[in-house]
Design a protein around this ligand. Sequence first.
Ligand code: DX5
Ligand code: ZN
Length: 223
Amino acid sequence: MKQLAPSILSADFNCLGRQLKQLEELNISHLHIDVMDGMFVPSISFGMPVIASLRKSSKMFFDVHLMVQEPIRYIQQFCDAGADGLTVHAEACEDLKATVEKIRELGAKAAVSICPSTPVDAIRSILPIVDMVLVMCVEPGFGGQKLIPHTLQKVDELAEWRQENGLSYTIEVDGGVNKENVQDIASHAVDIIVAGTAVFSGDIVDNVKDLQERIGMEGENAS
Ligand code: DX5
Ligand code: ZN
């Protein structure tokens, strides 16, 4: 079953706790948390203290997307803060294998992400040991951008490779998802669809229900 993972980058930080409650009531199980360091990407978002604080009142899977140069330096701290999964960028790691191994050693799910211009070939050798691949559909760094269509071909390529090689990583897409394109995105072999602006701009409940319906998750929030 495909999952919708709201990205809190577009949330209202003045009432973040309440917005997370709303998401939980809609049976959202994955929360996408964007950490930006001002080096790998131009912007700075937030870090461990915010995650640790949210952890106290949420049981959702914390899918932490590290847009951070040499994230190996912080793996332990993000795990301690309550991350369930850590995504690192192939482009940001000197030793990608050691970084992924460190995440796994600490008991978190390990994911690797590729920017729009990075080919699947750049990460093929690491695929047997990752839990997830995050395909960026926009340049990382900001919410509210337009999806770059050719990035979805990498989803197909990753799904084909997964099947041919008997691998089991999940595939996540991130950036530029909206009500108009989400159905097309969901027609690809994607498992998790991240959406920031499309969830948090306007009425969260209406937005989530609408996106879930278009993704084909309409039975998900029946309880
Ligand atoms: C961008 C972040 C995304 C961002 C998506 O660098 O990784 O997770 O929040 O925002 P939207 O859905 O608005 O494109
Ligand atoms: Zn992200």
